[in-house]
Design a protein around this ligand. Sequence first.
Ligand SMILES: Cc1cc2nc3c(=O)[nH]c(=O)nc-3n(C[C@H](O)[C@H](O)[C@H](O)COP(=O)(O)OP(=O)(O)OC[C@H]3O[C@@H](n4cnc5c(N)ncnc54)[C@H](O)[C@@H]3O)c2cc1C
Length: 456
Amino acid sequence: MKTIVVGAGPAGLFCAYELAKAGAKVVVVESGSAVERRRCPMKKMGYCAKCEPCNLIHGVGGAGLFSDGKLNLDPRIGGDMLQFMKDDEARRLIEYVNNVFSEHGAKGEKTTIDERAGALIRKAKMAGVTFIPIVQRHIGSDMLPDVIESLKSYMEALGVEFVLNTTVRDIDVHNGATKGVIVGRRVIKGDFVVLATGRGGAQWLARKCMQLGIPTQHQPLDVGVRVEVPAEIMKEVTDVFWDPKFYIQTGQYDDFVRTFCTCPYGFVISESYNSFICTNGHSMISVKSENTNFALLVRVALTHPVENTTEYGESIARIASTIGGGKPILQRFGDLKAGRRSTWERIRRSYVKPTFTYVTPGDVSMVLPGRIMADIREALETLNKVIPGVAEDSTLLYAPEIKFHALRVNVSKQMETNVKNLFAVGDGAGVSRGIVGAALSGVVAAREIIKRCRNG
Ligand SMILES: Cc1cc2nc3c(=O)[nH]c(=O)nc-3n(C[C@H](O)[C@H](O)[C@H](O)COP(=O)(O)OP(=O)(O)OC[C@H]3O[C@@H](n4cnc5c(N)ncnc54)[C@H](O)[C@@H]3O)c2cc1C
């Protein structure tokens, strides 16, 4: 029996890996190209880092290849895997995924949770902040291409066929069961299809779900800024927890704000979409900056009559791009508090040197809605009680940082849709929000397919 995996991000790759190891026949169809160490077109670094043009490129490895390679080894982070399985099973699978990364060359030690976590939990609690200690591991954006290449070669040796530079246009469905996928004018026949199209393919997937009568639902959106401070300010925390997770419930609006994707000694970057631009961050093993950056995000859930959080997020991002002349906005926290825009002159006087300069110095409050702005200010000042210095006047804020989450596709615990033998996994199906969660969902679908193949 043959399985077609659509998309070669972490979800698709781990699904194909698991199937291939069990001796199943697998074809991976990926609209991007092979793993390449492209030279960065911005020529900022000697290889492809994640600057604006590079973000537009996808290929084997998916968004995961261009990510930071922070592995969050906890089922509560990166998509709630506990919706699909029990805690102990999720932790076993996480360990399995982590080991596969190691076998294919991922370096980087796991963080450990010891008495320092207890001390930080206490300190945070006293400031009204919740600190979530989790085990993590950092591969580094510069090391990921080798790891992905190794995984791909291993799978090819097991007989997995990679059909690259090929976009799946449609899903072949007859009598409520899938029969393969359509690329160009040809059908690639398969007994099982696993859709692992990532966030980039989420809109296509949503359309297909509508056509096929597969139920979906909107998910909350995360909107905020990328904060950049001198690395020493956060060193005490980031030396122990690479990507510390702080949760804050704001007083004024009772909104949920969290830190996300902390990049110690990292770089701020842009994330390009067709009609707007957002910010993000990454850090490498071989090149270090003097700063640490992290996202500070407000959770926004919309209810009747408007539930389309993606549309809301996009409209915020479009305003930001208009105000910034097609670039993200950069503002010093001190300027924001003083109610004035930042200028290059003011930023140069600051002791925090921005690691990303493809920006327009301006006023973040012209971009983000008032409620989100109030939440960000309050959360940063609260966080300052746990990490003194993060809310200094010189702290840099880049806007907008938006985490769009795909429509959640209704899938079973085995990741199957209501179309027989059609599975949907990873970020594109809204079941994960990170490398490990995406990989896990791919493994779950693969194991179900293996079971069905064995049972005939
Ligand atoms: C800048 C950045 C930094 C990040 N840092 C981290 C991090 O440090 N840690 C972490 O856990 N997560 C991180 N993430 C998130 C992580 O990359 C994603 O959660 C993960 O890659 C999702 O995996 P996926 O397989 O579901 O989708 P993707 O990785 O998006 O892969 C989907 C693949 O499907 C292909 N595709 C889409 N549609 C089609 C089609 N119709 N036909 C054929 N192919 C198609 C795409 O080309 C793509 O290669 C980061 C993301 C970004 C953008």
